[in-house]
Design a binder for this molecule. Structure first.
Ligand SMILES: Cc1ncc(COP(=O)(O)O)c(C=O)c1O
Length: 450
């Protein structure tokens, strides 16, 4: 087991260290002779049983993390005085909103440690929220610096790294772009970062999660270290963190270590698997207002935009559920890594290594295996188990991509799902899950076919 064990990486809650007990791990329920049913009843294949048995301390550390983050969420809900009268939603301009929109923004800002936040159904996706954040800051002649290698595929056309055909990329508006390649081993190149920020670098983009790269995701403390290095070189350079897949994976968030803006999707971690759509931008008040103006229009501000009542309720409830759902997803990554590594596949992150996002990458080596893996996941999903995922063109992506997402919310990757671009080394990226036990079952199906 890696020496960097989770119990030291997930410290007790800063404010409630004594309140967080170490709950009895539930991981042995199906795995040993003390259980209430016979071994032949075990729903898991032997490889999964073995992996589950070895992951006791990791699962316990995740439960501890869930308790810490739930404490923070409950405190934020208490401060924002969340009540059922906020679930009513609004129509039209949203001017007659009963206060739910503001309470949600306030609670979200409290949770991530920012001055302000805008949480809205009108963000199409994470890419859209990040785009609003980028356009909020950057003006013609400015430079954007991507700090951790290439940004996520769907940002290529936003930046103008890939031709956006005159549709209004940052490049079309005269914004320059530069990228710091990753260092060996898929790490941020700290030495190069030391001299990378120029006086005209207006904005640095830090991607917390790995995206479709074989790279290590960043811890929040590493993000804080990078921000310090950037600001030492140019104090007026603003830092945006692409926070997709990182929310609630640690007990601190990037604004707490100096990020000026963060952005992400509500059909990933902070939607708690039940938010039906939307995204968020959080950070410094003036910058959040500028991002809101990009989402809507200058002058409309934050007090505009309607959201139906059932959606408002799902946002509050999803945010409450998010720490738990993220915990289940993290347990899933441990299980996948343990089982697939035991079969000789290269995995990132390595088994038992502390997690910084909910994504588990597995190198499958060829197209057939990637397709078979995704088909097995789809077959084991609650929705559309009878369908076969096929690789194809998806808006925003240059490569063919395959997605297995038998999910209740279309494309939701906080629910159990996997996907990958059809390019060498044919890596599948697994994420999400409302219960780790589903990953246990899915892995059994996967092992039958690859
Ligand atoms: C790191 C990262 N950033 C941004 C995105 C884009 O998010 P969305 O698909 O919600 O646009 C993704 C999607 O997987 C991602 O992994």
């Amino acid at each position: 087991m890696n020496a960097w064990v989770l119990s030291s990486a997930f410290p007790a809650c800063p404010a409630h260290s004594t309140a967080v007990s170490s709950p009895t791990p539930t991981v042995n329920v199906c795995s040993s002779s003390q259980v209430a049913f016979h071994h032949h009843d075990n729903p898991f294949v032997p490889e999964v049983v073995k992996a589950v048995d070895s992951l006791n301390s990791e699962f316990q550390a995740v439960d501890n993390l869930v308790a810490c983050n739930t404490t923070r969420v409950l405190r934020a809900f208490r401060t924002a005085r969340v009540g059922s009268h906020y679930f009513g939603g609004s129509t039209g301009y949203g001017h007659d909103e009963a206060g739910g929109r503001e309470a949600l923004d306030q609670a979200f800002a409290h949770i991530v440690g920012s001055e302000s936040a805008i949480v809205r159904s009108q963000f199409f996706s994470g890419t859209h929220a990040i785009t609003c954040a980028l356009f909020a800051i950057l003006r013609p002649g400015d430079e954007l610096l991507a700090v951790v290698g290439a940004p996520y595929d769907t940002l290529e056309e936003v930046i103008g790294k890939r031709d956006s055909h005159g549709l209004g990329s940052l490049k079309d508006f005269g914004v320059e772009y530069r990228e710091l390649p990753l260092a060996e081993g898929g790490r941020l190149d700290w030495d190069a970062l030391m001299g990378a920020v120029k006086p005209y670098t207006k904005c640095a983009l830090i991607q917390r999660s790995c995206g479709y790269s074989w790279r290590q995701s960043l811890s929040v403390n590493e993000i804080g270290k990078a921000i310090k290095m950037i600001k030492v070189q140019n104090p007026s350079c603003l830092v945006i963190v692409d926070n997709c897949y990182g929310e609630f994976v640690e007990n601190i968030e990037p604004p707490m270590v100096g990020a000026d803006l963060i952005a992400g999707s509500l059909i990933k971690n902070p939607g708690g698997t039940i938010a039906p759509c939307g995204g968020y931008v959080a950070g410094r008040r003036s910058l959040v207002e500028a991002a809101a103006a990009r989402l809507s229009a200058p002058g409309l501000g934050l007090e505009c935009g309607s959201t139906p009542g059932n959606v408002m309720r799902a946002y509050f409830q999803g945010l409450f559920l998010a720490p738990q759902m993220v915990g289940e997803a993290i347990k899933g990554t441990f299980l996948i890594a343990e089982v697939m590594a035991s079969k000789g596949y290269k995995v990132q992150p390595l088994p038992c290594v502390v997690r910084h996002d909910i994504v588990q990458a597995v190198q499958l080596g060829n197209r057939e295996r990637l397709l078979a893996f995704c088909e097995a996941v789809q077959r084991s999903s609650p929705v559309g188990s009878f369908t076969k995922p096929v690789a194809g063109r998806t808006p925003g992506y240059a490569s063919e991509v395959i997605f297995a997402d038998g999910t209740f919310i279309d494309g939701s990757t906080s629910e159990l799902s996997c996907d990958g671009p059809l390019r060498d080394p044919f890596t599948v990226f697994c994420q999400g899950g409302t219960h780790w036990t589903q990953w246990g079952l899915v892995l059994g199906e996967i092992l039958k076919v690859i």
